[in-house]
Design a binder for this molecule. Structure first.
Ligand code: MG
Length: 363
């Protein structure tokens, strides 16, 4: 089964609410969609969200990377020789993890379809369903409280609250949300690099002193500040999750070796796809560090690939795969079911998503 063509298109989906973090505000999912076609006509799908503030990848850079570097490197290769394809994908250019992820997941989709099995079963078959959290955007406290209550009404028992813009005022923000949702909802905090190490320690200790029962704090300090991350992880009891600090398995190895964080957030758009994400899983298992699977602002197409990875890997114990729940519409059929907080794997071969409406398929 050889790769005959790699085509790109564009998808635009409105969000339920504008997505606001310490880094950006976004109104709609605007992603590049990738279609890898084999010589027997089988098609594998991938998706590439241009998250420039995190990965540096823009729509134009994604299209250029796929058309001018990735496609010439991969066309003609045998999909069933997965290792050779992935090595070439990884090595055909530096960085550009987002376009690599889109093509990586489309190749995995083809590879699993060719074997007639859902991808998660080929990746380890760890679980058939799991729960995701839902992100609550940074807003005035009253709105965050009402958004949190709405999420709980929708059945979400785990909320990931975006903070990081207002220092110690974030403690009051979390206290208001905890009061509103009660003790049984799991609350995660994501500062998106918004604090210094010193601020992080005082803010997180204040949350602990007030008994807010925060499950974890994600990326409190800037991505490059590994010493700061380690200082925070040492100083507080709340588990610290590294997100923007971990793109590659080399980053993961350093974090694990130095115990600079308690948990690692794997996102396909940071690793460059499933192939490299699996390397992080192996290191995390060896180091006894549990992982979360996360996503950017993505539709159910690429989040489905991430769900397969999570369902295949035992070390991925937490999920932040709320992209489909944040989108106001889901144009696809097939693949994992996203039913509120519950993600249930399906028996469709490959990643399984079909009916990918993308009018601008082109070379
Ligand atoms: Mg994050």
């Amino acid at each position: 089964m050889r790769i005959k063509a790699i085509e790109v298109g564009h998808i635009s989906l409105p969000l339920v609410h504008p997505f606001k973090t310490a880094l950006r505000t976004v109104e709609a999912v605007e992603d590049v969609v990738v279609r890898v076609v084999s010589d027997d006509g089988t098609v594998g799908y991938g998706e590439a969200p241009p998250t420039a503030v995190i990965t540096g990848d823009t729509t134009a850079s994604i299209l250029c990377a796929i058309r001018e570097y990735i496609r010439p490197a991969l066309v003609g290769m045998d999909v069933m020789d997965l290792e050779a394809v992935m090595r070439r994908l990884d090595g055909c250019m530096a960085h550009n993890t987002t376009p690599k992820a889109a093509v990586d997941m489309a190749v995995y989709d083809l590879w699993a379809r060719a074997q007639g099995k859902p991808l998660y079963q080929l990746l380890g078959d760890a679980r058939q369903s799991f729960q995701t959290d839902l992100t609550i955007s940074v807003n005035p406290v009253d709105q965050m409280v009402s958004d949190s209550l709405e999420a709980v009404d929708r059945g979400f028992g785990i909320l990931k609250v975006k903070v990081g813009k207002e220092g110690l005022a974030d403690v009051d923000r979390m206290a208001a949300i905890r009061r509103a949702v009660g003790p049984d909802v799991r609350l995660r905090v994501d500062a998106n690099q918004g604090w210094t190490a010193e601020q992080s320690v005082s803010i997180i200790r204040a949350m602990e002193d007030r008994g807010l029962d925060i499950e974890l704090v994600e990326q409190p300090v800037p991505a490059h500040d590994l010493a700061g991350l380690k200082e925070v992880a040492r100083a507080v009891d709340t588990p610290i999750l590294a997100d923007e600090a971990v793109f590659s398995h080399y980053d993961a190895a350093r974090i694990i070796e130095e115990r600079a964080a308690d948990l690692i957030n794997i996102k396909l758009m940071k690793t460059g796809g499933i192939w490299n994400a699996l390397k992080i899983c192996r290191l995390a298992e060896a180091g006894g560090v549990e992982c979360m699977i996360g996503c950017m602002l993505e539709s159910r197409l690429s989040v489905a690939a991430a769900a397969h990875l999570a369902a295949g890997q035992r070390i991925i114990t937490r999920a932040d795969l709320d992209g489909p729940s944040l989108c106001a519409v889901d144009p696809y059929t097939g693949g994992p079911l996203f039913n509120g907080p519950e993600i249930a794997m399906s028996d469709n071969p490959g990643v399984g998503v079909e009916n990918v409406p993308c009018p601008a398929w082109s070379d």
